[in-house]
Write a new protein. Structure first.
Length: 128
């Protein structure tokens, strides 16, 4: 009789959890691993790493959008004497698009400000 897949996965995970982990000083006990994981999950460094990732992601999105818009404007039919229009439509449509663009910019700026504030507070706390 074969075991269900979920039982096989559960047993495999249990075996991995019960395997002793070794390092230069010897074997790590389960309470050592729990203490290390708890410290890592509550450490300010993890938060700083997450905010760094957010900031890098936002920078890459901004760079990609800048390149895309530059290419789009250079190929646009609305380019007259170096002045271009990105989009041409009714005033209400442009107003709605403008509102959402500015909402997105404000949201991104808020995330960047929060990330910067968090990192500065963590660094200042470490100085005390």
């Amino acid at each position: 009789m074969s075991m269900p897949t979920s039982q096989i996965i559960h047993d495999s995970i249990l075996e991995i959890k019960l395997m002793p982990l070794t390092h230069a000083a010897g074997t790590l006990r389960k309470d050592d691993i729990d203490r290390i994981l708890k410290h890592l999950s509550t450490s300010w460094r993890v938060g700083a790493l997450i905010t760094t990732g957010l900031t890098a992601t936002i920078m890459l999105i901004n760079l990609a959008l800048a390149i895309y818009i530059t290419i789009m404007v250079s190929e646009s039919d609305y380019n007259v004497n170096g002045i271009s229009s990105l989009f041409s439509s009714s005033c209400s449509t442009i107003s709605t698009i403008n509102r959402y663009i500015h909402l997105s910019i404000n949201l991104i700026a808020t995330v960047l400000l929060g990330a910067s504030n968090y990192c500065m507070q963590c660094l200042y706390r470490e100085l005390l």
